[in-house]
Design a protein around this ligand. Structure first.
Ligand code: GLU
Length: 471
């Protein structure tokens, strides 16, 4: 049974469920929930063969309670106004939960990026950027896009270059977009950030022994059986860090089908196999499932949907065997499915904090761009020197002699990549503990998603209340 509500309505139903548990003024709640502005543009693009295509694109700015607004731009045939509004709303709540000082936005171009040449994609991206600029829907203090499904550093490079050419002399123009290649003002660690944040969130949840016991699981990531949907940037990195921490990858889902192997799949070998054959199917030692979505029902401890929205529905939720659903994608679980999973006692780690690693590191990139200074540049050498002195002092006072490896480990000052992953770990871990605390406060009724919404609502309400407009 397909569910009757649109994606945006589903997000709003989740919001309303949480909003009812708060004591905020209904008018204030309506203001928080509303999507502030949507820009829909269509423009022609000349294909390489001389023909013409009409392109449709959107940018939704859900909330201006903080500026700039922030969120990715996706290229997919499924893009539509409802989808960008839903995703923009999720960005608003996500940023509030992880204390990243942005309002929420999202953009999308309705194309299949694989059906266009690189040159065509460049023309489309540059034209869309120019359209956004002319309507004041992009800028370092206005609205800052980033990568999402079907886009990456290459598209961000075209965006920043187009923006620069239209805003010559603007001191902070490079901060108009994040997720850029490093030579163009990007930051180390942005590519793996979302997947790494997903790992930190799962690790934090698994570390609480009582919570795991309630699910019939032992503590820790080590030994947990994991299924991942989507081998894109987010799914791949989440799987990589989980496997490094001792998890066993028992299933992978992609467009072309799914595969399973209860004894564990070799992630790197699988990536190589897919690059060579064009498919995950036929991987030596694994069993093929021709219907990709059947993979969501594989026997495992943690299911990580890392592809697109609305994958776990009221329909298949009763058959999901995972004890933990870790939402690496945005909106992979419908409102109806959420009810089923809650009743069945499945722990859902919601998108709104679990996949916030991307926007968190985007925030670091934006701050780096505004400060015009690489993190660690000032203190790295100083830290290293003072650490070396400390080690020598310890050696002088004790019998201890540090070998070369130990000296290297203790002495090295923090560089940009170290600071980014430390900031990311702190952000996601703290967000989980805060959300869990709220869930405990609200009791049985509140699952982690509801608690996340309550957390976001309280923080955003604080901004409006400060204005004195609402009680
Ligand atoms: N597209 C990512 C998300 O959905 C990142 C957004 C950003 O970095 O602004 O969270």
């Amino acid at each position: 049974m397909s569910e009757q509500y649109s994606f945006y309505e589903q997000v709003n139903r989740g919001f309303d469920r949480a909003a009812r548990m708060t004591s905020h003024d209904p008018r204030l709640l309506r203001q928080i929930r509303a999507c502030n502005s949507v820009y829909h543009v269509s423009f022609p693009v000349k294909r390489d063969d001389g023909s013409m295509d009409m392109i449709h694109a959107w940018r939704a700015e859900h909330s201006h309670h903080k500026l700039p607004t922030k969120g990715g731009i996706r290229y997919s045939v499924h893009v539509n106004e409802d989808e960008v509004k839903a995703l923009a709303a999720l960005m608003t709540y996500k940023c509030a939960i992880v204390d990243v000082p942005f309002g929420g936005a999202k953009g999308g171009i309705k194309i299949d990026p694989r059906a266009y040449s690189v040159g065509e994609l460049e023309r489309i991206t540059r034209r869309f950027t120019a359209e956004l600029k002319s309507k004041n829907f992009i800028g370092p203090g206005v609205d800052v896009p980033a990568p999402d499904l079907g886009t990456g550093p290459r598209e961000m490079a075209w965006i920043v270059d187009t923006y620069n050419s239209l805003s010559s002399g603007e001191l902070n123009s490079v901060a108009c977009v994040t997720g850029k290649p490093i030579p163009l003002g990007g930051i180390r660690g942005r590519t793996e950030a979302t997947g790494m944040g997903v790992y930190f969130g799962i690790r934090e949840a698994c570390a609480i022994e009582d919570d795991m016991k309630a699910l019939g699981l032992g503590p820790g990531v080590d030994g947990k059986r994991v299924v991942v949907q989507g081998l894109g940037n987010v799914g791949y990195h989440a799987a990589k860090y989980l496997v490094e921490a001792g998890a066993v990858l028992v299933g992978i889902l992609e467009y072309e089908g799914a595969i399973s192997d209860p004894s564990g799949l070799d992630l790197e070998a699988l990536v190589e196999h897919r690059a060579k054959t064009g498919s995950i199917l036929g991987f030596p030692g694994a069993t093929d499932l021709h219907e990709s979505k059947d993979g969501l029902e594989l026997d495992c401890d943690v299911l990580v949907p890392a592809a697109i929205e609305r994958q776990i529905t009221r329909d298949n939720a009763p058959r999901v065997r995972a004890k933990i659903v870790a939402e690496a994608a945005n909106g992979p679980t419908t409102f109806g499915a959420d009810e089923v999973l809650r009743e069945r006692g499945v722990m859902v780690l919601p998108d709104a904090f679990l996949n916030a690693g991307g926007v968190t590191v985007s925030y670091f990139e934006w701050v780096k761009n505004l400060s015009h200074l690489r993190f660690g540049r000032l203190q790295k050498r100083f830290e290293e020197m003072s650490n070396r002195r400390l080690l020598s002092a310890i050696e002088a006072q004790t019998e201890k002699r540090f070998d070369a490896e130990e000296t290297e480990f203790f002495a090295l000052g923090a560089g940009e990549a170290d600071l980014v992953s430390s900031g990311l770990e702190e952000t996601i871990s703290l967000a989980y503990l805060q959300v869990r605390e709220i869930k405990l406060q609200y009791g049985e009724e509140a699952d982690l998603r509801t608690a996340s919404f309550i957390n976001a609502i309280d923080k955003i309400a604080g901004c409006y209340q400060g204005l004195g407009i609402f009680p």
